[in-house]
Design a binder for this molecule. Structure first.
Ligand code: FAD
Ligand code: FES
Length: 354
C-alpha cells in the first residue's frame, strides 16, 4: 500500500473549462516535489469539510509529472458535495490533498503503441498519459478516441488540438459526439465495439500491435470495450480501466442487508502497528475503523479507486463489489477494505503489504 498522507496545497488557479467543468491547479512547494512526482494516469484524494462533515473525493491528475503544480479537471455534479465545496474556493485557498496513487499507468517505457479511450471527464488521466508519452517517447504512436455530448462539452479541446498539430505523425484523434451531428457519420454517437472494429478493419488501429490500452468512462462502455478487446486477442493485462462513478446497485445492498448480523473481530496491521475492532456484515468497514480511532486509507468508498486495498492474511472475507482489483490480486488475497464483508469470526488484514 502507498501510505496515504494529506498535505496542505494552495490553489494556484481555478478556471472554467466548459459550461459543466473546471480546471484547478495546486502549487507544489519544493519540499513536496518528490511526494507529488506522480506517474501519468494516477489520482489524488481531496479531503474537505462540507455541511459539518469530512468528505474525501478522488481526482485524476491531468497535468504531466515533474512540474511545480498538479492540475485536476472536475466535472460539476448538480448538488455534488465537492462541486458545492469548489464554489466556495478561490486562488490562494489551502486544500488538503493526498500523495498520488493508482495503477492506471503506462507500465513500461517501451510501451510505444497506445490506444486511449475516454468519455467526458474520463479524459483527465488520459491527458496526463497522452502529453507525457508523446513528449518523452519519440517512438510512441497514440490513437485517442474521445466521446462527448457536444463539441462545447469537450474538456481540454485546445490542448488536444495543439498536440495533434505538434505530433501530426504520431497522434491520431477521433472525437465522437452523441448529441451533435457531424458530417462523418462514423463520428456520431458513443464509442462502441463496432466503432473500434471499423477502425481496426480500416487499418487505422492495429490491435495486435497494441502495447497498452486505457479506457476511462462509464461502466457499460468500459466493460463492453474491454471485453471486445479481449475477444480480439488483446492480453487482459494490457487493458487498463478506470471508473469515476458507478450508481449504487440496489441488489448488492439488499444481499448485504439480508445476511446475519453477528460480529467478527477484525485485526489490522497498519503502519507497523496492530489494531483491532468488531464489525458485523452490515457495517461499513471504513466508518467502523474510524469510529474505533483507526485511520485507514480510502477515497471513493465505492470499490473504484483501490486506495483502501489490503490483504486478508487470515480468515475469510468477501467484497460487496469490486471495480478496481484485478483477478491476480483477488487470487493473492487482496481486497478492497471499503467493500469488506467478514465471513469468518476472526479476520486479519495487512495494510502494509504492497
Ligand atoms: C479513481 C477516480 C478518479 C476520478 N477522477 C475524477 C476526475 O478527474 N474528474 C472528475 O470530475 N471526477 C473524478 N472522479 C469522481 C469524483 O471522485 C467524484 O465522485 C465526483 O466529482 C462527484 O463528487 P461530488 O462530491 O461533487 O458529488 P457527490 O456528492 O459524491 O454525489 C452527488 C450525487 O451525484 C451522483 N454522482 C456522483 N458522480 C456522478 C457522475 N460522475 N455522474 C453522474 N452522477 C454522479 C451521486 O450518486 C450522488 O447522487 C474520480 C473518481 C475515481 C474513483
Ligand atoms: S476507497 Fe475506493 S475502492 Fe475503496
Amino acid at each position: 500500500m502507498v501510505k496515504q498522507t494529506f498535505y496542505d496545497l494552495k490553489i494556484n488557479s481555478i478556471k472554467r473549462e466548459t459550461a459543466g467543468s473546471s480546471r484547478i491547479k495546486f502549487s507544489l512547494p519544493n519540499s513536496l516535489h518528490e511526494k507529488f512526482n506522480h506517474k501519468p494516469g494516477q489520482y489524488i484524494s481531496i479531503r474537505f469539510n462540507m455541511k459539518e462533515d469530512d468528505h474525501t473525493r478522488t481526482y485524476s491528475i491531468s497535468s504531466e509529472p515533474n512540474k511545480n503544480f498538479i492540475e485536476i479537471g472536475v466535472k460539476h455534479i448538480k448538488n455534488g458535495m465537492f462541486s458545492e465545496f469548489l464554489k466556495t474556493k478561490k486562488i490562494e485557498d489551502v486544500v488538503q490533498i493526498s500523495n498520488p496513487d493508482g495503477s492506471f499507468v503506462v507500465n513500461s517505457e517501451h510501451a510505444n503503441h497506445l490506444l486511449l479511450i475516454a468519455a467526458g471527464s474520463g479524459i483527465t488521466p488520459i491527458m496526463s498519459i497522452l502529453k507525457s508519452t508523446l513528449r518523452r517517447n519519440n517512438k510512441s504512436r497514440i490513437t485517442l478516441l474521445f466521446s462527448n455530448k457536444t463539441y462545447a462539452d469537450m474538456m481540454y479541446k485546445t490542448e488536444i488540438q495543439d498536440l495533434k498539430d505538434k505530433y501530426l505523425d504520431r497522434l491520431l484523434v477521433f472525437n465522437f459526439f452523441s448529441r451533435e451531428i457531424q458530417s462523418t457519420e462514423f463520428l456520431n454517437g458513443r464509442i462502441t465495439r463496432d466503432k473500434i472494429a471499423y477502425l481496426s478493419d480500416a487499418n487505422l488501429i492495429d490491435l495486435e500491435d497494441l502495447d497498452q490500452c486505457f479506457i476511462c468512462g462509464p461502466l457499460d462502455m468500459t466493460k463492453s470495450l474491454q471485453s471486445y478487446l479481449k475477444d480480439k486477442g488483446v492480453a487482459e493485462k494490457k487493458i487498463m480501466t478506470e471508473l469515476f462513478f458507478v450508481a449504487t446497485d440496489k441488489n448488492i445492498e439488499d444481499i448485504s442487508q439480508s445476511l446475519d448480523t453477528g460480529e467478527s473481530k477484525i485485526e489490522l496491521l497498519i503502519d507497523g502497528s496492530k489494531k483491532s475492532f468488531l464489525m458485523s456484515k452490515n457495517d461499513d468497514f471504513i466508518d467502523k475503523a474510524n469510529q474505533n480511532g483507526i485511520n485507514v486509507p480510502y477515497s471513493c468508498k465505492n470499490g473504484m479507486c483501490a486506495t483502501c486495498r489490503c490483504k486478508v492474511s487470515s480468515g475469510e472475507a468477501r467484497m460487496k463489489k469490486n471495480y478496481s482489483l484485478e483477478e491476480w490480486e483477488i487470487k493473492k488475497g487482496f481486497v478492497l477494505s471499503c467493500q469488506l464483508e467478514p465471513i469468518d469470526k476472526e479476520i486479519s488484514l495487512d495494510f502494509d503489504i504492497i
